[in-house]
Structure formats: C-alpha cells, structure tokens
Design a protein around this ligand. Sequence first.
Ligand code: GLU
Length: 405
Amino acid sequence: MTTSVNGLNRFLASARPSATYGVMDRVAARRAQGADVISLSAGEPDFDTPAHVREAGIAAIRHGYTRYTQVAGMRALREAVADKFRRENGLDTDWRQTIVCNGGKQVIFNAIAATLNEGDEVVIPAPYWVSYPEIVQLCGGKSVVVECGVKSGFKITPALLEGAITARTRWLILNSPSNPTGAVYSRAELLALAEVLLSHPHVLVLSDDIYEHLIFDGLTFFTLAQVEPRLRERVLTMNGVSKAYAMTGWRIGFGTGPGWLIDAMGKLQGQQTSGASTISQHAALAALTGSQQFVSESRSVFQHRRDYLVRAINATEGLCCEVPQGAFYAFASCEGLIGKVTAAGKQLLSDEDVVNGLLDEAGVATVHGSAFGLGPYVRIAYALESAALQRACEAIGRFCERLSG
Ligand code: GLU
C-alpha cells in the first residue's frame, strides 16, 4: 500500500479539531480585522494570575531554575500535589502516585493513550468537554456517548451508566463541575454511580475535577475516589492550576491514581514532551502552597456573574437555561430560536447557525452545544468582567428581538 506524502494517520484524519479553539481562533481573526467582538467563548478565567504566583515564576528564572525536571514533575511540586489531594479531597496518596503534566489535557491524553487498545470503549456522558471523544478517537478507541439531558440535570444516572458498560469498556469519564453545563455531582449521586462501578471491576474512571474550586451556593465538592475508597485503585483523579488560579497559559495539570497507571503515563510523557516547564512548575508550587484567598474571591465574582447571566438569558425570548452550580459556563437551550430568520436574512436551522448569527450580527462569540454532544444549545462562558458581560447580554437580546418567522 502506498501512502501519499500528505497522508495522515487514520485516527487523526477522522478526529475533529477542537471546537473551543476553533471559535477562539475566529474571534482572534475578527479582532485582527478590527471587529469589536465580545467573547463568551473562551474557557479561561479573565483574571490575572495572582501576583505571588507570577513572582514565583520570575524568581524561578532569576534563580536559574531553567533546566529539565524529572518527567513526572519536580519532587517539591509532586509533594504539594499529593498534599492538595490529601487536604482538599481526602485522598490517601503520596507524591509517587502523582504526575505533573503540560496542562490538564495532557493528563487525560496520557491516561487514555497509555491504556487504550484499538476498539476499547470509553463511556462519555454528554454534554461533554469537546476533547474527550477526540482524544479517545486519536488513541484508536471508541466513545460510547451517553446522552444526559436537562431532565437528569445533564448528569449520568446509575441506570444510564449500567446500560452503557460492556465487556469492552475501559474507562468512564466524569467531569464535575461540568464543562459545558456547570452541573455538579452530589455525594449521593457519586455513591450511586460507585455502586454500579463496583460490579464492573474492569472499568477505570477518569475524574476530571479541573473546576473543583468554582462551585457555588455553598455547595461542597466531592470526587469519586473520596466518596468510595474501594474504587481508589482504578480512579485517576485529575486537576490543575489553570482554572483555580487563573493560570491557563502556564500549562500545569496533575493527577493521582494507581501507581501502575501513573508510571505508564510517565513513560509516555518521557518519550513525548518530557516534564512541564520548570518555571511553570515553580509558579504552580507557589499557587498550591501559598495564600488561597484568590480562589475564594474569584469564586464569589463568578457566582455574581452567573446570577446576572442566568437572569438575562431567561429574560430573552427563545433562550432558557438552568442555574449552573459550578464552572463558568451557562448551557442555554436555543430551541426557541430554531427556524427563525435573522435581521440579515439567515435562517437558523441549528445551534451552529445560532452561534454564527450571534458572531456575525451581534458581535458575540459563543460555542454551539452540538460540539459538546448535545444540541440545540449554546455554551456561554461568563469569564469576563461585568460591564462586558452586560453589553454581550444586551447584544444577544437585540439579536433575538430582531428575529422573524
Ligand atoms: N477548557 C476550555 C474550554 O472548554 C479551554 C479550551 C479547550 O482546551 O478546550 O473552552
């Protein structure tokens, strides 16, 4: 068999590019042309990284900490990560059972790539973060997408989970608080899922807790390995500094799980990117071990913005959304807009049309729900300051008012 010079790996060829980055790129291109676009698309806090964390990065450069670290991260950071999991999540772990990666995405990629064989299945509740199924696809696996609609609060139920598990199931991916819905699993809900998992000992679980600290209304965060210790030997609990400390660009994610899995992830990373940036690791160390005031302050800012956004969305004809309990996204149904015609004469046949209409005619960037596996919805990120959020909501309102049909 001959391959053309530009032939791609077949798994990559049929993977979709990241929809979230796709919208962010479009926003950047519009702005470069001079357009005034308000972005409700990017999944990253708008705050600056806390000053003491930035200073730790600068100090690392000044001290000459600019060489490689161990692939799985420098010992001091891995100890701080283990301490975070013990302190905040009640996980009985130690630094040898942790790994530091180049962002949370690499933790997930490492875990899936290290364990999946062709045809293995990964259960993914939808709506899901856009990258989960594509990572599975890139690793030759098969995503078993389980639709979890608004009726179950966008969460997988024990019955749905039971129905999705087969002999080929390798992983279940859980994400709480959820991107894109902000849904949060309670302790009781996790225990009910754990009950199902206990009867399927061949299933590993990836618990993506990256939005852990962005949880509202005084709710308490729980993670699967914490509520059901009997599952610990097959749960990879992942987290990172990106969302909690506004450090998306520093690219530091981490995880804890069974030793064999952490070792395999390290082996893979050692042949790929090596350790994460040494400078970023020093900054992450400062974030995890220093003052946690920023975390609670940003949580309360996000909660205020959420309240404003949810009111504005629900006051807009054709849109409606539940109150998200965490993260910084609202997942609004746009079913009421489907079939209508915009002021520029475009008919809205899908949530992607709605997102395109909002960008072209209202100057507001969002991401279509179908990219997250459930339409017709629009994901609205409220990670921007209140005045801009208000202008964006007003522009969305005007766009909807002008629709006809
Ligand atoms: N997690 C963020 C989002 O959903 C960042 C972009 C990405 O990696 O997808 O927007």
